[in-house]
Design a binder for this molecule. Structure first.
Ligand code: ADP
Ligand code: MG
Length: 753
């Protein structure tokens, strides 16, 4: 074995150098993101099997019978808040089979140990489970047991395949291997995958190679945290932390080890953000605007409403940034309907009064058009030249537009990605508004920035971002929050109906229309294909118009209409000449018709939570009482209603996510609570749907559960960069060399000293 001489950096030693890892395994590991020895040592167990909680089947049966007679779970009113009682049983697979057909089918597995047998049941996914098991293999099954008649049963338990012995150990029976668990109190269970497991790297395989790697290389694991931090935060050393995570001697030690590793992971991320933030700050040549602005004053005086206290507060925060010579990087958060657009417009008018151009960037053309109209309406007869730049414009118009942008006569330019194109050159770009930031990549932000002389940037998001997440995502931005809705808003009454109650929903809608109001009927994108989706929308529309509301005026809007067709329909709806607008999700954001008071969402179980919240935000925009009617399959609606009446939380599980989304919608109209729930249900990686959201994937830490650590890591990172901006001090050397070796390119961008 050889590795580059003088090299003690685990980050540059390929994982193949570890004993027991050949080319085949290392290729598979690489696919799983484990390339170096450091990666391998940071492959942290998913959980541990605690021998003390492993019961024999007979004992577990006794426990379960006893707790069924006692007050038991659900007996008090603490439903959902108490930690779940989990038990583990280790046994051999005796048999398995599929029962029932189609949607009703379930998978049944019988597990046995020396003391008895029990059943594991999975509803749905039978094709998957059928391939998962082999007769005679040994499993550790964990969960909450229950009695099903006389049978002890786990419903959807967690399964760990206990590794079979290495070949050549003269066919030792799995039970013997299991006995080996007795030697350690806590046995690490490593995450693996089908391919990895087949190549010998199941949980047990990982246990072996990591133990080997630790023996050879453990002593070289770097300590990047300065003593000041480990002392102040009471953190164990990196070396001790890894030792106790891979081979915990006690739960206390394990907890401390994990805490340290989580902290370090969060700190590594936060220190990068802090360096970046410093880089942005130090960059000279931002614009110092004069914030006294006749145009903005005239706008505020012309508004048909007075600004809310929250709007005034964020305007002050923004104008303070604008007045400073440093470039602004600010995130403006506010729930749907909180009035972010006016705030952005005021800032853009200040820029205009200073002789600068502004850009207002939306994620889609529809939204760009919508914003353009809204802004123009708000501007009234103000002399400011506002223009719309989208991809689909005719070339003559476009040339004219580009001239005006280059010449500087266009003062506010609303657009989409088209604004990034090379041919778009600005005379004097000074202010950038980005709506719905999470749909833009970080790169795009940088491109746009490069088109101006370091313009001020205001990022707006209609999706309220939980604080923990915004600190992580936007650690390089300052944050302003509009935490108040205009006074005349009444919360939207939200109800859940089953699809069998459509007739009563329809008569409610009819009543509202009779009273002079308007309504939306929204259908989900049922198929990936736009064609089929169009068909679905058309069919629904025809049915509603002919069978349900023959006497009312219905309009249809969907993703395949041209801009003009869409405008024509929207125009009619805005003028009140359409009573009911039937739509696919294209109306999700940006539509603003305050006379519309009913939002009916069909197949609501198919929508994401923040999507539902955005849709609900289309009503309740005026002073009339508004309603959001979620229509779901009967069984889903029924279960949510029963859970609500019992005051208990719904059970966890993939198939129940839809119910939890709907329950959250009925329970609250608070966008921040919705967002928190959404984040919990979906997990941070998926929260914004796309990769380009830039959300880092933490392997060890959980930004929800470890919010306190995240705050600490952020504060520490900011303090270090504040007092030693170029990490020149001796105690920061290990950190600096760590950053240099890992983030060479990024570090160049933010010029580490
Ligand atoms: P957001 O973009 O935050 O969802 P908008 O800026 O679209 O919200 O505002 C929603 C509606 O409320 C618009 O019709 C807007 O003109 C109106 N509005 C904004 N601020 C106020 C206010 N202070 N009082 C009453 N209505 C307001
Ligand atoms: Mg808006």
């Amino acid at each position: 074995m050889h590795f580059p001489s003088n090299h003690s950096d685990l980050h540059s030693i390929p994982v193949q150098f570890v004993k027991g890892i050949g080319p085949k395994k290392s290729a598979l590991l690489e696919k799983a993101g484990i390339r170096t020895v450091e990666d391998l040592l940071l492959h942290i167990p998913r959980r541990y099997i605690d021998r003390t909680t492993v019961l024999s089947i007979a004992r577990l049966r006794e426990e379960t019978l006893a707790s069924a007679q006692g007050p038991g779970p659900g007996g008090g009113d603490t439903g959902g808040t108490e930690p779940r009682r989990e038990f583990t049983v280790i046994g051999e697979v005796r048999s398995f089979r599929v029962l029932g057909f189609g949607a009703k089918s379930r998978f049944l597995l019988v597990l046995a140990d020396r003391t008895g047998t029990l059943q594991c049941v999975w509803f749905g996914g039978v094709q998957y489970w059928k391939k998962m098991f082999r007769i005679g293999e040994t499993l550790a099954v964990s969960g909450e047991p229950a009695m099903y008649g006389a049978m002890l049963q786990f419903v959807h338990p967690d399964i760990d395949r206990i590794a079979v012995p290495e070949e050549g150990e003269n066919g030792a029976a799995p039970t013997q291997w299991v006995d080996a668990l007795n030697t350690g109190g806590l046995v690490p269970m490593y995450p693996s995958g089908e391919e990895l497991a087949r190549a010998g790297l199941d949980s047990g395989g990982f246990r072996r190679v990591i133990a080997g790697a630790w023996k050879t290389y453990g002593g070289l694991f770097p300590e990047i945290l300065p003593r000041t931090i480990t002392d102040a935060r009471g953190l164990v050393s990196a070396h001790a932390a890894l030792e106790s995570v891979h081979r915990p001697a006690s739960t206390t030690e394990l907890r401390e080890g994990l805490r340290r590793l989580k902290y370090e992971e969060l700190f590594r991320f936060q220190i990068k953000l802090a360096m970046k933030r410093r880089g942005l700050r130090e960059k000279p040549g931002g614009i110092a605007f004069t914030v006294k602005s006749p145009l903005a004053r005239a706008l505020v005086d012309s508004l048909p409403f007075t600004l809310t206290r929250a709007q005034v507060k964020v305007i002050q925060e923004i104008t303070a940034d604008m007045a400073s010579p440093n470039a602004m990087n600010r995130l403006l958060q506010g729930d749907v309907g909180s009035g972010k657009t006016v705030v952005a417009l005021i800032a853009m008018l200040i820029a205009a009064d200073n002789g600068y151009q502004s850009v207002f960037m939306a994620p889609t053309e529809l939204l760009a058009e919508q914003h353009f109209k809204t802004l123009r309406r708000l501007l009234g007869d103000s002399p400011v030249n506002i223009r719309l730049l989208v991809g689909a414009q005719k070339s003559a118009l476009r040339r004219d537009l580009l001239d005006d942008i280059r010449g500087g006569t266009a003062r506010i330019i609303v657009g989409t990605h088209a604004l990034f194109e090379k041919e778009v050159a600005f005379a004097r770009l000074g202010f950038v508004v980005i709506d719905e930031q999470h749909r833009f990549g970080v790169m795009q932000r940088a491109t746009l920035r490069s088109k101006g002389a370091n313009p001020d940037v205001l990022v707006m998001t209609a999706t309220p971002i939980p604080r923990t997440l915004s600190l992580t995502l936007y650690g390089d931005l300052d944050v302003s929050v509009i935490d108040e809705l205009p006074r005349d808003r009444k919360p939207v009454t939200t109800v859940l109906k089953s699809d069998e109650e459509m007739a009563s929903v329809a008569s409610f809608v009819r009543e509202q229309v009779r009273a002079g109001r308007q309504a939306y009927y929204v259908y989900p994108l049922i198929e990936e294909s736009e064609k089929l989706d169009l068909k679905a929308a058309t069919v629904h529309f025809a049915r509603l118009q002919q069978e349900v509301f023959p006497d009312l005026r219905l309009g249809l809007i969907h993703g395949r209409l041209t801009g003009e067709e869409r405008d024509a329909v929207m125009e009619l709806f805005t003028r009140g000449e359409i009573d009911i607008l039937v739509a696919t999700t294209v109306i999700e954001v940006g539509i603003d018709v305050s006379n519309a008071t009913v939002m009916v969402i069909e197949n609501a179980e198919r929508f994401g939570l923040s999507q539902l919240h955005q849709l609900r935000g289309r009503v309740g925009r005026g002073s009339d009482r508004s309603f959001c009617i979620l229509v779901a399959k009967r069984w889903i609606a029924g279960r949510v209603a029963r859970a609500a009446s019992r005051g208990t939380a719904l059970a966890a599980g993939e198939q129940l996510l839809a119910e939890r989304r709907l329950a959250a919608m009925v329970a609250t109209t608070d966008g921040f609570r919705i967002a928190e729930t959404d984040l919990q249900l979906r997990g941070p990686g998926d929260f914004f749907g796309t990769r380009q959201s830039g959300i880092p994937e933490f392997k060890i830490a959980d930004i929800l559960a470890d919010a306190v650590l995240l705050d600490e890591a952020r504060a520490d990172a900011l303090a270090i960069v504040g007092s030693d901006p170029h990490l020149g001090r001796t105690e920061h050397r290990p950190l600096l060399s760590y950053l240099r070796s890992r983030y060479h390119d990024e570090m160049k961008l933010i010029d580490v000293g």
